[in-house]
Write a protein that binds this ligand. Structure first.
Ligand code: GAR
Length: 213
């Protein structure tokens, strides 16, 4: 278990709307703990700008030459340890994490993905689901492991696709749902004991149905 008031960091690469939703939810007391830093691979991103506006420290450790991974995760780990971070929330962080970070924060890195995993992992999930013609889609919060959008699932929310939807209206509805789901999932992760049974995360104290987002 995490401490009762865990120190948290968010990783984001882009718009940062989920980062902001998490910060505001923490400030409203919707989950225990404090978001002490935003770590970003994109110093010029709106997420970094939002951190400044919100009064959260923004840190941009070196990334190296690759586009989809961090060359040296050591400096990212150091930045987290220096701030006493206990768990990491990925919110639109567009690089894969590898063993150094996964080992340093084993079972303490969550990711948000805009589909009902295991459907549509990877990039452009909302557009691919839309083009596939799905009638329901949604979003997923899961533990991060060494495969893409793959770790054990903590929470999911379903979003219906309406006949009159455009890709843009569907995206907007999924983002709205994400902003509610992620804080609820973090609350559960921080406050309820859990164990793994195979791929399943089991919350022994949970009421029936409480695992839905
Ligand atoms: C969110 O929709 C999140 O689910 C997605 O990036 C968006 C970030 O939006 N993440 C992924 O696709 C990760 N595979 P935001 O920057 O406004 O929070």
């Amino acid at each position: 278990m995490l401490s009762s008031e865990p120190t948290l960091a968010v990783f984001a690469s882009g718009r940062g709307s989920n980062f902001e939703a998490l910060v505001l939810a923490a400030r409203r007391g919707e989950f225990p703990g404090r978001i002490v830093a935003l770590l970003s691979d994109q110093p010029g991103s709106p997420a970094v700008e939002r951190a400044r506006t919100l009064g959260i420290e923004a840190v941009c450790p070196p990334c190296g030459p690759f586009r989809t991974r961090l060359e040296d995760e050591g400096s990212w780990i150091e930045a987290l340890r220096a701030r006493g971070v206990e768990a990491v929330l990925l919110a639109g962080f567009m690089r894969r994490l590898h063993q150094p970070l996964l080992d340093a924060f084993r079972d303490r890195i969550l990711n948000l993905h805009p589909s009902l995993l295991p459907a549509f992992p990877g990039l452009d999930a909302i557009r691919r689901a839309w083009e596939h013609g799905v009638r329901v889609t949604g979003c997923t919060v899961h533990l991060v492991d060494d495969q893409l959008d793959h770790g054990p699932i903590l929470a999911q929310s379903v979003v219906d696709v309406h006949d009159e939807d455009t890709l843009e209206t569907l995206e907007a509805r999924i983002h709205e749902v994400e902003h509610r789901l992620y804080p609820r999932a973090v609350r559960r992760f921080c406050t309820e004991p859990w164990r793994r049974e195979g791929r399943r995360l089991v919350f022994p104290g949970a009421r029936e149905g409480a695992a839905r987002g």
